[in-house]
Design a protein around this ligand. Structure first.
Ligand code: HEM
Length: 139
């Protein structure tokens, strides 16, 4: 197996984990009934963050070693921008709301605050995958 195939495999394992968690988060928010369930939700989000880290590290190595002038590619830079945006939503919006929510004790207000962001995150991830898959044709 070549190094690139191995890295791409790691990349897609990370991507798969991240995408699974992003979709599962919408379901989780919709099904949220008690504040205690937030503990499992936080664990789920940590798994997503681990997947994102694996995708980002393997992606950066692949870009650095094999793809040269990606920085001039609109598709690649859009992908990077969307990843940054999703990271900001995950780390700043989600984590902030979750921390506050545990003190608040009201699942309804948690749901209302998290659901729009969970949906935005799904849309961003779908856009990232579309750009990645069609990169060759987009630049
Ligand atoms: C800093 C972060 C990332 C970098 C630098 C990066 C870079 C790369 C590179 C270099 C490839 C191989 C492209 C090729 O050989 O043509 C790739 C493939 C891919 N990436 Fe990323 N990536 C990153 C994060 C992500 C994330 C977060 C996702 C999804 C949510 C993602 C989805 C994909 C997919 C689906 C492919 C496979 C495309 C294909 O083989 O058709 N990547 N990425």
């Amino acid at each position: 197996m070549t190094q690139k195939v191995l890295l791409l495999t790691f990349h897609l394992i990370g991507v798969g984990t991240l995408v699974g968690v992003v979709f599962a988060s919408v379901y989780y928010v919709l099904k949220l009934k008690t504040v205690e369930q937030l503990k499992d939700f936080i664990t789920l989000r940590r798994i997503g963050a681990a997947g994102a880290t694996l995708a980002i590290l393997s992606g950066l190595v692949m870009s650095y070693r094999w793809l040269g002038n990606l920085i001039y590619e609109v598709a690649f830079m859009s992908k990077m921008g969307l990843i940054l945006l999703d990271g900001i939503i995950a780390e700043f919006v989600f984590v902030k709301v979750l921390k506050k929510a545990r003190a608040e004790n009201s699942t309804e207000s948690i749901k209302n605050k998290l659901l729009p962001w969970a949906i935005v995150s799904v849309l961003i991830v779908v856009a990232i995958i579309t750009i990645s898959a069609y990169r060759d044709k987009l630049h």
